[in-house]
Design a protein. Sequence first.
Length: 348
Amino acid sequence: MPEPNGPPTATADPAPEYLVRVEHLKKHFPIMRGIVWQRQVGAVKAVDDISFGIRAGETLGVVGESGCGKSTTGRAILQLQPPSSGRVFLDEVELTGLNESALRRVRPRMQMIFQDSYDSLNPRHSVGRIIMEPMVVQGIMEEADRRSRMAELLDLVGLNLNHAVRYPHEFSGGQRQRINIARALALNPDFIVCDEPISALDVSIQAQVVNLFEDLQRKLGLTYLFIAHDLSMVQHISDRVAVMYLGKVMELADRDDLFDDPLHPYTQSLISAVPVPDPKLERNRRRITLQGEVPSPARPPRGCVFHTRCPLAQEICSEQAPEYREVLPEHFVACHFADRKGGSKISV
């Protein structure tokens, strides 16, 4: 049995099962007070002791309400925001133990695609220069080879070579996100963090971009951490799904297992809000509405962080944090009442 909130791995097997491993990751932002002599009076616990692994070639979806720590998790994994504690591995390389020079040598293997497709592009640079910039920064290839690689990447993401001389403001949101994807692929990465890459796009364009992600994964063998708040899209693209709440992982399981039989009350409430295309089924469904507001990550509740909104909460929930454990094969839950017979179900 794994440690509380520990990595979902078989501890008896030392073989590297995961391309990316996150062990007891924390990212706390200090709260400072004072004008001249500042002192720390608290901390915002954006990510608070989470562990998971991502296998090579798979997509791990991460879902949860705004402010639950999804984006901070992605940035901390890539060391864009150094973790407060915990360890992150890419293969057998511990990223959290690298200095700036060593980390720069590893960065080509891991990239990030940001939510805002416009602000993440330099408006003063042409598309061709934007895509070639990672190659320039890493000092790889001659100029002619960089241009050849840039043309190849534009074609790969469905853009024309003529677009190379244009600027970001001349493109639609979907096209700008394709430029971001091309830039992320410039150094042939193994792992990409996709931080809500479709949330700012029109619904009709979202499907095209998601299909592009899937095509690139098949062609290039990419591994994704796909962060989103749209559960239907996560269900479509993910192999496994992690559900986060207030900086912690509540449930992690295979996509079909999680959507067909969610064991955590929070997961059940999220899935109940996903519309069903069949009008008859939609009319007969019961939506689980949570009471109250999400607590502040600066003052998370004692015990289970979800107990203040949980319909099944009992006294133990406010006193003791639940163990993050494997309830079913490859199905991990942090709930006192989840069991092998169906978990902590909210009755209709």
